[in-house]
Write a new protein. Structure first.
Length: 117
């Protein structure tokens, strides 16, 4: 499975950003992790292959929305009300079977999100 992420950039606090990830196969659960400077990579959000269930890191609930379009083999992460602590490299991820918050089976390259205060 190949994953290609895009959409990162520099945004002011309170702004919005939309990350996208295109997959070579769309029948897997997919999601996003992030790694902030000097911190470990953490799970952010995930969505089942059918799109019927979503999962979020508690601290992003209400601000992050994950969605997918299987016809286009893409998963998106809408990020609203960005905060400086959201600054991180965001990685697209996919799982062969069930979603695990500690690891993924496939990774895309990261896309950098920088939030200025």
């Amino acid at each position: 499975v190949q994953l290609q992420a895009s959409g990162g950039g520099l945004v002011q606090a309170g702004g919005s950003l939309r990350l996208s990830c295109t997959a070579s196969i769309s029948t897997f659960p997919m999601g996003w992790f992030r790694q902030a400077p000097r911190k470990e990579r953490e799970f952010v959000a995930a969505i089942t292959w059918s799109g019927d269930r979503t999962h979020y890191l508690d601290s992003v609930k209400g601000r992050f929305t994950i969605s997918r379009d299987n016809a286009k083999s893409t998963v998106s992460l809408q990020i609203d009300n960005l905060k400086p602590e959201d600054t991180a490299v965001y990685y697209c991820a996919a799982w062969t079977f069930g979603i695990a918050r500690t690891m993924a089976d496939y990774w895309g390259q990261g896309t950098l999100v920088t939030v200025s205060s």
